[in-house]
Design a binder for this molecule. Structure first.
Ligand code: SAM
Length: 304
């Protein structure tokens, strides 16, 4: 999946067989058991997938992880911090998200200081929303604050602030200054092994693969949603349209070691079959307790 707008909550839900592909032998995890390493809340975040990521990287042993659609970048952060790879390269097209990653990697200490000083009142948030950031760090801080205080973590234009939020705490319901500072400090500790590129993952991926070849593993979580069609996608991300058929064709032309995740939609199932990729299904409940199916697509058989 990529972005149904709801955080995937897999607690207690057993994987079930879907018709298209075998069910993954790795069970869906309780997301509370996986360390949360990203300071960003991300619609379509991939915490539930981390056990698959660990096994994929341990079995294939790459030196570097490439994440061309980084978003909250849970996969890159986990791979680097758990030493599953030596280094990660993250790519993101969204300017706001890119500013966050640049500032987290280059000026994490300043972000931590500002987090400690910030009071997220509605007046301060409206001010921040209107302000034109003068530096990358200001821009990154603005992204973090809006991401943590807007409903569902949505950064796309038109997103509204959280009114009731968790436990009726409204704007403050996802603003945890100490936790955010701790996550930023951990990122800073590993910053020399993480590179960030602002740009189009579709264009950068072939160039990067040309350089690293089989030394690299590629994790792909492109913007996509089967459940709400294009409109839902554009509510979640400023950049929500992508040529999925071209992405599959690009991967088929290389011998890249990749793992890719999508909603189990008929057009995606057709693309997997067309290119003869390996795939397994996982079934879970999302934040609204709807059952949904995800496909994990790999360049070699791993999870069946
Ligand atoms: C589904 S989200 C990734 C979520 C991420 N896996 C996580 O766990 O947080 C997809 C991301 O791709 C970004 N994106 C969309 N088109 C892109 C492109 N052509 N190149 C790079 N990033 C792109 C979106 O802005 C969004 O942040």
């Amino acid at each position: 999946m990529s972005g149904n707008g709801l955080s995937s909550q897999a607690q207690g839900v057993k994987a079930v067989q879907t018709e298209a592909f075998p069910t993954s032998r790795i069970p869906v995890v309780n997301v509370a058991t996986v360390p949360q390493r990203s300071p960003l809340r991300y619609p379509g975040g991939k915490t539930w997938l981390i056990p698959h990521i660990r096994e994929w990287l341990r079995k294939t042993g790459p030196e570097i992880l490439i994440e061309p659609f980084a978003g909250g970048a849970i996969t890159s952060l986990t791979a680097v911090m758990e030493r599953l790879v030596n280094a990660a390269v993250m790519v993101e097209l969204d300017r706001d998200v890119a500013a966050f990653w640049r500032s987290a990697l280059e000026s994490g200490a300043t972000l931590q200081k500002w987090i400690g000083q910030f009071e997220p009142t509605i007046e301060r948030l409206r001010e921040l929303e209107r302000a034109i950031p003068a530096t990358v760090t200001e821009h990154g801080f603005r992204t973090l604050v809006l991401n943590r205080t807007r409903r569902g973590g949505v950064l796309a234009p038109g997103a509204s602030f959280s009114r009731n939020g968790e436990n009726g705490r409204g704007l403050l319901s996802r603003w945890y200054p100490k936790t955010l500072a701790t996550r930023l400090a951990a990122i800073q500790q590993h910053a020399d092994r993480i590179a960030f590129c602002e740009g189009d993952g579709m264009k950068l991926l072939p160039l990067m693969l040309g350089g690293w070849g089989r030394k690299a593993a590629v994790f792909l979580d492109p913007p996509y949603t089967a459940h709400g069609g294009k409109r839902a996608g554009s509510r979640l991300y400023a950049h929500s349209s992508l040529d999925h058929a071209a992405l599959f064709a690009m991967l088929a032309e290389t011998d890249a070691n990749f793992l890719m995740t999508y909603d189990a939609a008929p057009e995606i199932i057709d693309l997997v079959r067309e290119h003869n990729f390996d795939a397994v299904c996982l079934s879970m409940k999302n934040g609204h307790h709807n059952q949904m199916s995800e496909i994990v697509i790999t360049s070699e058989p791993l999870f069946a």
